[in-house]
Design a binder for this molecule. Structure first.
Ligand code: RB5
Length: 147
């Protein structure tokens, strides 16, 4: 599995902790920055992760900003992206099982590193259940494509 990860200044600290998790899990990851702690605009970091997941360069993406909200809104503007804003472990596996989410967003000002890592690990290990959930995702795709 190839994972892209990025943040803004509000998510740098949590992103660094999540990178440690990806290393511990032996997951092939690409860190798309930023490589400094200055203020940046979260859409500039959400976009390459979302476009990379949408075009198949990466299988999954992880985005972190202060709340996770800006990142999730921006990522979900890219066709084919189902980005879930997640701050608890139940939602982390449910959004893989039911929504087949391909990006997760978290808020570095909302949760600490230990919970963030547990959420990311749960999400990375969970599988899409398909079945009735596939039909619902097809309906989301239809909305996205104006059908
Ligand atoms: C940056 O101050 C903050 O707005 C950003 O990290 C994020 O929380 C936006 O949704």
């Amino acid at each position: 599995m190839k994972v892209a990860i990025a943040s803004d200044h509000g998510g740098n600290e949590l992103r660094r902790e999540l990178i440690e998790l990806l290393k511990e899990m032996n997951i092939d990851y690409t860190d798309l920055g930023p490589d400094h702690d200055e203020s940046v605009d979260y859409p500039d970091y959400a976009r390459p992760v979302a476009e990379g997941v949408a075009n198949g360069t990466y299988d999954r993406g992880i985005l972190v900003c202060g709340t996770g909200i800006g990142m999730s809104i921006a990522a979900n503007k890219v066709e084919g992206i189902r980005c879930a804003l997640v701050h608890d472990v139940y939602t982390a596996h449910a959004t893989r099982e039911h929504n087949n989410s391909n990006i997760i967003a978290m808020g570095g000002r909302v949760i600490g590193g230990a919970l963030g890592k547990e959420i990311a690990k749960t999400w990375l290990e969970a599988e899409f259940e398909g079945g009735r959930h596939e039909r619902r995702i097809d309906k989301i795709t239809a909305i996205e494509q104006g059908k």
